[in-house]
Design a protein. Structure first.
Length: 126
């Protein structure tokens, strides 16, 4: 069941989104190099995109797909609970949250292949 349309890129979060883009982690930078300019199956991705009051790392509007890279800040009970709540709300909008990918694991060779395989099995790219 889908709710009303979510509010994308709220003006009140513009400066915060910009700050996150300007200060992204090295893992986010590496992933962005692989996603930008429609390099993944011709799909456009946006980085540090807001949906309602949530800012997600990467968002593909055509597939309603979020990719999150989890860093150290996400590895505590409070953050895990907040992430779960956010993911549940976003799923109510029929937005798919692509499993959280570890920033540490992403820096290893082959992780982009793992991400590509995950997306192919969870999103109809035809």
């Amino acid at each position: 069941m889908s709710l009303n349309k979510p509010n994308h890129n709220k003006k009140s979060l513009k400066n915060y989104r910009k700050d996150l883009r300007n200060n992204q982690t090295s893992a986010e930078t590496r992933l962005w190099m692989l996603l930008k300019k429609k390099q993944l199956e011709g799909r456009k991705f946006r980085r540090q995109h807001s949906i309602n009051n949530f800012i997600v790392d990467f968002y593909c509007p055509s597939e309603k797909l979020i990719i999150e890279l989890d860093g150290q800040v996400h590895y505590n009970p409070v953050s895990e609970q907040e992430d779960f709540k956010r993911d549940s709300i976003l799923k109510e909008y029929d937005i798919k949250v692509c499993g959280k990918f570890s920033a540490r694991r992403f820096s290893c060779n082959g992780h982009c292949f793992e991400l590509r395989v995950f997306i192919f099995f969870h999103v109809d790219l035809s």
